[in-house]
Design a protein around this ligand. Structure first.
Ligand code: PGA
Ligand code: ZN
Length: 429
């Protein structure tokens, strides 16, 4: 069956900014829609978004990306079979012709690649997750849910970008959502009782009205207890430090404390947090250019917490292999638009699993109603899923999709639960 028509349009993301949507229409009447998300704290080696520049919409319009799809990508795609994801993605990469996807734009490419994937699943008359699982038994992912925003998502009000929880005591995806709902609400009540409730950050987490990074951690522990859970064994903490945002060349500037730390200093600070708080996962503890720091941190705490590479690994199979050789991180954040195509995203995930790294499929801070990543996390058996907080419909659409997948007839084989934090992932490759 062949692709008959490609429609490309500008739509709007959760920050009210332009983004690219691609609709792939098959000759049999089925179709699929792919949408590009957008990050605020991007790794320097990510696929480059094509933005128009100029005055309009802060220079963020995507008319060039849309017209590139209409003029170059659509003619090359019509007549091909949507089921040939690898062939189509290779064609997109060749058509773009640059190493960073900057000519046609990583946003144009990932929207097209995801649209083709959705169209292929529709053509196969299967839900996307099952199409991707392709007969292998897979389980629903363990969620990482933001409670407080921070960093680039909250006007740099605090240095740390993401204060999250993981319902380690949950035995189903639905129960993880129930536990998270209570903690999210309890955190809001605590903020309100201090007169510190000031709305939400970009991903729906409470606005971080704190005077120290540790105050956010203390409040998070208090919220877990207030919700009736035991910190650690029932609900644990996950952090995304996103330290490339405030560190370069081994120097880290903590704005909230008006101090500067070197790589060892930040490393020691984070190790102290791991000892003092029920933390099970830390993302980007050191900056993307500080591989020695990442190796040292992984050596210090990698046996007991998950050390996640986001900006450092940028969903690249080559970078995951290099990190494994160096001994940096033990978990890979998987963001499809960092890679730019579905095939490259999958290659990064498979490289991670082969090398014994855990994986978390992740949304971006700029999102839409698109729920594809829930299906990718499930169908690829990633183990974990991170989509932001427990508010705002671009986030809730994804959590709710997980509940649908869990409760429909023919559901996935189970729920990863806390074992996703410990399992040797090589067994699932
Ligand atoms: P982003 O970061 O703003 O680059 O999407 C999101 C994250 O890593 O949590
Ligand atoms: Zn991150």
């Amino acid at each position: 069956m062949t692709i008959q028509k490609i429609l490309a349009r500008r739509i709007w993301d959760s920050r009210g900014r332009p983004t690219v949507e691609v609709e792939v229409l098959n000759a049999d009447g089925t179709s699929g829609i792919g949408i590009a998300p957008a990050g605020a704290s991007r790794g320097s080696r990510e696929a480059v978004e094509l933005r128009d520049g100029g005055q309009r919409f802060m220079g963020l319009d995507v008319q060039q990306a849309v017209s590139g799809i209409v003029r170059e990508i659509a003619p090359a795609l019509v007549g091909r079979d949507a089921a040939d994801q690898a062939g189509i993605d290779a064609m997109l990469i060749a058509l773009d012709g640059t190493s960073d996807k900057s000519r046609l734009g990583g946003n144009a490419l990932i929207a097209t690649s995801l649209g083709v994937l959705h169209a292929a699943a529709a053509q196969a008359r299967q839900p996307l997750w099952r199409y991707l699982a392709d007969g292998r038994p897979v389980k629903l992912p363990l969620p990482q849910v933001q409670i407080f925003g921070g960093g680039a998502h909250a006007g740099r009000r605090v240095d740390v970008q993401n204060f999250m929880v993981i319902a380690t005591g949950a035995t189903s995806f639905g129960q993880a959502m129930e536990m998270t709902a209570e903690v999210y609400r309890a955190a809001g009540e605590l903020m309100a009782s201090r007169g510190a409730l000031a709305g939400v950050a970009d991903e729906g987490g409470w606005w971080p009205s704190f005077s120290r990074n540790e105050e956010a951690l203390d409040t998070l522990v208090a919220a877990i207890e207030r919700a009736g859970y035991t910190p650690g064994s029932e609900v644990a903490i996950a952090l995304d430090i996103a330290s490339s945002e405030f560190g370069r060349g081994g120097r880290y500037r903590l704005a909230l404390e008006n101090t500067e730390l070197d790589s060892d200093g930040l490393c020691e600070r984070l190790v102290r947090w791991v000892e003092r708080y029920p933390i099970v996962s830390i993302e980007d503890p050191l900056a993307e250019d500080d591989e020695a720091g990442l190796v040292a941190f992984t050596r210090a705490v990698g046996h007991r917490v998950q050390v996640v590479g986001d900006d450092y690994l940028v969903t690249s199979a080559d970078r995951v292999r290099a990190a494994a050789a160096a001994g940096a991180c033990n978990c890979v954040l998987i963001k499809p638009n960092q890679a730019g195509t579905v095939t490259e995203t999958r290659a990064a995930l498979e490289a991670a699993h082969t090398l014994g790294y855990r994986t978390i499929v992740s949304a971006r801070s700029g999102e839409t109603e698109d729920v594809a990543i829930v299906h990718l996390a499930t169908g690829w058996n990633a183990g974990q899923l991170k989509v932001g907080s427990f508010a705002r419909s671009e986030r809730m659409a994804k959590w709710n999709e997980g509940i649908r997948l869990e409760t429909r007839p023919g559901a996935p084989a189970g729920f990863w639960g806390r074992s996703a934090l410990h399992a040797s992932m090589s067994s699932r490759a």
